[in-house]
Design a binder for this molecule. Structure first.
Ligand code: KG4
Ligand code: ZN
Length: 391
C-alpha cells in the first residue's frame, strides 16, 4: 500500500513480550502497540565482557537464570498479573538457538498454563516496530508508505521495504551485509584496540575527541552478484544494496601494525583490566591522539557507507519514509548525519529512542500487536529458528 496510512490502535490490548535472542533477557508489557507499561532489560554484557563477545553457552545459562525474575518484574512494574495480560509474544529468531529456546520454552509453558494466545515474532521485525512505537508515543499516528528500514545491529545489517495492508505487515529484503554486520565491525575494532565490549558505545563517545579525516578507509562498492544469493536482484527485479564490513576491520589492523600501535594497545589493555567500570575519562587518559583519530575515522567511514547506501536504495525504490533501528542506530553521529542527509532529499528519518534501539522486549510486544489483531497466533509446534528470514 502506498500513501498515508493511519495507525490507530483498535482496542485496549496488553501484550507481554519476551526477548532472549542474544545477550539481553527482556520482558515488557505494551498496551495496544503504543504505550510501554513496563520494560525490563537484564543485560549480560558484564559477563561476556572478558571474552570480547557473546559466548552462546553462557548466554543460554544466564537467560535460564534471569527469565522468571525478569518476567515477574515486568508484570509487577506494569501492575499486571499473569492472568491480566491478553496475550504473550516471544522472539522466534534470528539469534542464538540456545538463547532463543529459553524464551520460547518459557513463553510456551506460560501460554499453555494461562490459556492465553502466543504470538511468535521475528527479532528484526521487532527492531522495525520499535520505530513505530516511538512515533506512536510522540503522537505520530500517520506514516507515508513505502517505508525503507535499515536494521543495523551486532548481528544484522539489513535493508527492508516495509508495507502494510489491512493491518498486516510485509517486508522485502533489498540489501544485507555479505560478511560482518556493522555492529560486529564496531565490536571487532574495539576489541583490536583494547577498548572493551561492546565496542559501539565507547567508539561513539571517543570519536568526538578524534579527527575523523585523519585516516582514509575505502569501503567496497558492491556491484557484483553475491555468490551466496541465488539472484543479483530483489524479487521485484530491481537492484540490491548490499554492505560489507569485514574489510574495514582488516584495514584497521593493518593501520595498527604499520603505525606501531601495538605497544600502546597492550598498555591500555592492562590498565583497563585493573579498572572495574572505566569511565570516559579513564578511556581518554589511556588513548593517545592517533588512536582517537583512528576510531573517529573508522566511525565516519561506517556512518557514511550506511547512509550512502540507504539513501541510494531510498531513491531507487522511491520510498516516502526512512526507519533506522538496531543497536548501531544508537550511534550519535549516525543519527545526526542520517537526519541531515535524509532531510536534503525531503525524506523523514525516524529512529527509536536509544533504549529502544538496542535489544528489548517492548519492540517484540509491539510487533505482536497487529498479529494479535489479525489472530495470527503461533503454531503449537513452533521452535527457535536461528536464521529466521523476515518476509
Ligand atoms: O540490537 P543490539 O542490542 O543486539 C543485536 O541484535 O545485535 O545491537 C548491539 C550492537 C553491538 O554491536 C554494539 O556495539 C552496537 O549495537 N552499538 C553501537 C552503539 N550502541 C550499541 N554501535 C555504534 N554506536 C553506538 N552508540
Ligand atoms: Zn537486535
Amino acid at each position: 500500500m502506498h500513501g498515508r496510512v493511519k495507525l490507530k490502535p483498535v482496542a485496549d490490548i496488553n501484550i507481554l513480550g519476551i526477548e532472549t535472542s542474544c545477550d539481553e533477557t527482556a520482558a515488557s508489557v505494551v498496551r495496544s502497540g503504543e504505550e510501554i507499561v513496563s520494560n525490563v532489560v537484564f543485560s549480560q554484557i558484564a559477563m561476556h565482557q572478558p571474552y570480547g563477545g557473546v559466548v552462546p553457552e553462557l548466554a543460554s545459562r544466564e537467560h535460564l537464570r534471569a527469565i522468571v525474575p525478569v518476567v515477574r518484574k515486568a508484570l509487577w512494574d506494569a501492575g499486571h498479573t499473569y492472568q491480566s495480560v491478553d496475550a504473550l509474544a516471544v522472539t522466534q529468531g534470528p539469534g542464538l538457538a540456545g538463547a532463543l529456546m529459553v524464551g520460547i520454552s518459557y513463553a510456551k509453558a506460560l501460554a499453555f498454563a494461562l490459556e492465553k494466545p502466543l504470538i511468535s515474532v521475528n527479532h528484526i521485525e521487532g527492531h522495525i516496530h520499535a520505530v513505530l512505537l516511538e512515533e506512536r508515543r510522540k503522537g505520530n499516528h500517520e506514516l507515508n508508505f513505502p517505508i525503507l528500514a535499515l536494521v543495523v545491529s551486532g548481528g544484522h545489517t539489513h535493508l527492508y521495504l516495509a508495507e502494510q495492508r489491512d493491518g498486516r505487515w510485509s517486508y522485502e529484503n533489498i540489501g544485507h551485509t555479505r560478511d560482518d554486520a556493522a555492529g560486529e565491525a564496531f565490536d571487532k575494532v574495539a576489541k583490536l584496540l583494547a577498548l572493551g565490549y561492546p565496542g559501539g558505545p565507547i567508539i561513539d563517545r571517543l570519536s568526538k575527541h578524534g579527527d575523523s579525516t585523519a585516516v582514509k578507509f575505502a569501503l567496497p562498492h558492491l556491484k557484483n552478484r553475491d555468490r551466496k544469493d541465488t539472484s543479483p536482484v530483489s524479487s521485484t527485479g530491481r537492484p540490491r544494496f548490499d554492505f560489507s564490513y569485514s574489510g574495514i576491520k582488516t584495514a584497521v589492523l593493518r593501520y595498527v601494525e604499520t603505525h606501531n600501535m601495538q605497544g600502546t594497545i597492550q598498555e591500555r589493555r592492562e590498565a583497563l583490566g585493573k579498572i572495574q567500570k572505566p569511565s570516559l575519562e579513564d578511556y581518554l587518559s589511556l588513548c593517545d591522539q592517533p588512536v582517537l583519530d583512528l576510531v573517529a575515522s573508522f566511525q565516519r567511514t561506517m556512518v557514511e557507507d550506511l547512509i550512502t547506501k540507504t539513501l541510494a536504495a531510498a531513491r531507487e525504490y522511491n520510498v516516502k519514509t526512512l526507519f533506522v533501528s538496531g543497536g548501531v542506530a544508537a550511534n550519535s553521529e549516525l543519527r545526526q548525519e542520517f537526519e541531515q542527509e535524509a532531510a536534503k532529499e525531503g525524506l523523514p528519518a525516524y529512529f527509536p529512542s536509544r533504549p529502544l534501539s538496542t535489544d528489548n522486549a517492548a519492540m517484540i510486544a509491539v510487533a505482536a500487536y497487529p498479529k494479535f489483531c489479525s489472530k495470527d497466533f503461533a503454531e503449537a509446534g513452533f521452535s527457535a529458528e536461528a536464521g529466521l528470514v523476515l518476509r
